[in-house]
Design a protein around this ligand. Sequence first.
Ligand code: MRU
Length: 340
Amino acid sequence: MKELIARSLKYQNGMVQVLDQYLLPHQETWHHCENVEQMKSLILALKVRGAPLIGLAASLLVAYLAEQGSSKAQLNDAIDELTATRPTAVNLMHCMARLREALQQPEYAQAVVTEAERLFEEDCALCDRMATFGAELVESGDNILTHCNTGALATAGVGTALGVIHHAARQHSNIHIWVDETRPLLQGGRLTAYELAQWQIPYTLICDNMAASLMAAGKVDKIFVGADRIAVNGDFANKVGTYNLAVLAHYHQIPFYVVAPVTTLDSSCASGQDIPIEQRAETEVTGVSGSFGSCQWAPEQAEVYNPAFDVTPAALITAWVLDTGVYYPQQVAAGVLGTV
Ligand code: MRU
């Protein structure tokens, strides 16, 4: 496999390497990954996270195993196991389907490697196109709110929603970002704040429950978020808390944009009701843990509900920013997302 280098994933010196996103921003630790069990646990622990990145990391591992001489049956099993790690992010299923297709070729090992390389390079190009289209929606002086982490850490390129912010900040020197901390795992507070600081884009970190009062005070001009899966009718799943923002934005008449590559569209989901939502461990809600240590604040026996994602209905979305262009509600209602 050729050398492939992204912000949090690389294939270098014959090894698949991932940046541990659970330890960021205080510690930059890279893990080598040589087998399915390792990759599964990295993904399940959200050390490897973000819809596009999960698919690409799993793909590089399958390609590495193909290069190491794994049989067709072993590669098929690896694809099955990796596909099952996170149920909502459809980019993973998309990548695994492309590799399964490559496995049908007579020279299957080389075909899998070539396909994994393509997926990686395509993702960089998809990010750039989304960022370019999305940046046109941003105006000088905008205060933009974003949720979770959708930047270079979550993709092979510049990111989805945060990629738009990156490109917009290069065009307008005076934009400012409100960063939702994004409970329970704090992808905003830990990762988005870290990326914006590195990009030298001015930001202010807020707790998730502060967004309403900021909107009421006229301090939010636009909202950009990413997606883990978009249904044909335009409903989409993203990090839990996204739906809250969409409802608030609608009430306050603030434009609400979702940014995603075509690999996030799922033509088998007619609406958001068809999107499976991942449920995660209770410990993520009863306390917090990370590079700083861990602490539990809830009573031992507390009942917990912990869906990792929620679904935002199409009716609350101003426009869908894809790598193929910006789509508005009339086009989406006419079924355009089923054809791009
Ligand atoms: O659970 P995570 O951290 O993988 O969730 C990530 C998100 O919800 C992102 O918004 C989404 O994957 C788009 S990332 C480009």
